[in-house]
Design a protein around this ligand. Structure first.
Ligand code: PXG
Length: 454
């Protein structure tokens, strides 16, 4: 039953609201779901449904919903100084303190931060900084950035060009010139009969082949998510990243780690780079930086780059009105303090992450599941028609969407990327929450199976 409030809001939304990554016409026929409140790992709709948020919003609410400390910090900062910029020889206490905190918690050498408001803006900033760096170095041809098939880096012109989800390009005549895509290191889909580690090396070599065919003198940087998120939680073989890192150093190609999803504890360490063997020159941070309580992102810059840019780069002709916004910075700082104080990252690494991954791996025996993959509290289970051949269901069956809806009707929100069910719950998830998720997901798969095979 749709209540009056829901119907009124749905009608308003239909008339006035254009949604991201949404077919407005079909949404308008169905009507939006209105989320009204959330606490911990659960949220409620305007129809009173209680749903376990298996996605932490959009991979971002790391400390969970309803943390009063963040509301208090935002309120106090708004009273004291709701806004000031960081442009003209000014800063604010929260922006400066957050910068020092970020230098402390990010990997060795990443000691400088530039602030933006979203992951897309941060990646756009890096695309410009790569150009700035090589121009400063007197190598103006060294500009092409290599990304990867299935990568997600955002939606602004440069960030969307970096994306290797190619459906995002035709509407906007993208990618821009100077953005290319190497192979995706997902063994299950692309590795065939190969040994996974050998496949990892082969995928890394596709980066080197691209550098060689373009000419290293024309390649400025390589960008990658430590573990691809929106592309379907694609975990590369252990051999992949160290080899990519070696290849990039050999050819003097900068390494950009996009930690927008992997950062701030998602993988069970503070940053994915630490676990996967990445030594980035630039690191993109957003989402878990503030647990989504405020929009804020940043570009972490390694000393070896910052030295050049700061000493000889001259005035940076780039910046956002809200770069280092004091309220967002204060909230991010308190968010990091909570992650530290409560040992949340360690708990994901040692306890809830391994438990979640172990319980999910029980689904390997489910007749619909071809692969279970993930690290820490990010994971995916991939639905296939035939486990032996890894053959997917015909696209017209919309297997992923079907399971997503079956899960929702059992009080669980998970995302479908194609036919992979993707999960990224709040990091404060308990074992009981994990069990609730597994039960609902298993029931959803059981309910979907006869429909898919019918
Ligand atoms: N890099 C990565 C790795 C991301 O996952 C961005 C950059 C861009 O961040 P902003 O803040 O500009 O959105 C992201 C964002 C999905 C989905 O459907 C994923 C993201 C955003 C929207 C939807 O999985 N990731």
């Amino acid at each position: 039953m749709v209540t009056n409030l829901t119907a009124v809001l749905q009608d308003m939304d239909r008339k006035h609201h254009i949604h991201p990554f949404t077919d407005s016409k079909s949404l308008n026929e169905k009507g939006v779901r209105i989320i009204t409140k959330a606490e911990g790992c659960h949220m409620w709709t305007s129809e009173g449904e209680r749903v376990l948020d298996g996605m932490a919003g959009l991979w971002c609410v790391n400390i969970g919903y309803g943390r009063k400390e963040l509301a208090d910090v935002a309120y106090q900062q708004m009273l004291e100084l709701p806004y000031y910029n960081t442009f003209f020889q000014t800063s604010t206490q929260p922006a400066t303190e957050l910068s020092a905190k970020l230098a402390e918690i990010t990997p060795e050498g990443l000691n400088h931060v530039f602030y933006a408001n979203s992951g897309s803006e941060a990646n756009d900033t890096i695309a410009k900084m790569v150009r700035w760096y090589w121009n400063t170095k007197g190598q103006p041809k060294k500009k092409t950035i290599i990304s990867r098939v299935n990568a997600y880096h955002g939606v602004t012109m440069a960030a969307a060009s970096l994306c290797g989800l190619f459906g995002m390009h035709p509407q906007f005549d993208l990618p821009l010139q100077g953005f290319v895509h190497a192979d995706c290191p997902h063994w299950y889909r692309f590795g065939g009969d190969m040994d996974p580690e050998e496949f990892g090396l082969q995928a890394a070599r596709s980066v080197e082949n691209m550098i060689l065919s373009l000419g290293a003198e024309n390649v400025g940087a390589f960008i990658g998510e430590p573990i691809m998120g929106a592309g379907g939680v694609l975990v590369p073989p252990a051999s992949y990243w160290p080899e990519v890192q070696r290849i990039c150093r050999k050819h003097d190609v900068l390494v950009i780690a996009d930690e927008v999803i992997c950062g701030f504890g998602r993988t069970g360490t503070w940053f994915g780079s630490e676990q996967l063997g990445i030594d980035p020159d630039f690191m993109t941070i957003a989402k878990g930086l503030s647990s989504g309580y405020q929009p804020i992102s940043g570009v972490m810059i390694h000393d070896r780059i910052a030295d050049t840019l700061v000493d000889i780069g001259g005035e940076l002709q780039h910046g956002f009105t809200y770069s280092g916004h004091p309220v967002a910075s204060a909230v991010a700082l308190e968010n990091i303090n909570i992650l530290q104080r409560e040992g949340i990252v360690d708990k994901v690494g040692a306890e809830t992450g391994p438990y979640f991954q172990a319980r999910l791996r029980e689904l390997v025996d489910h007749p619909l599941i071809g692969e279970v993959r993930g690290i820490g509290l990010m994971a995916a289970v991939e639905i296939v028609e035939d486990k032996a051949t890894r053959k997917p269901f015909d696209g017209s069956k919309n297997a992923g969407m079907l399971v997503r809806e079956e899960a929702w009707s059992r009080g669980l929100l998970v995302r479908a990327t194609g036919d992979s069910m993707v999960m990224s719950p709040p990091l404060v998830m308990t074992r009981a929450d994990v069990d609730e998720l597994i039960t609902a997901l298993t029931q959803a798969l059981d309910a979907a199976e006869p429909i898919l095979r019918g």
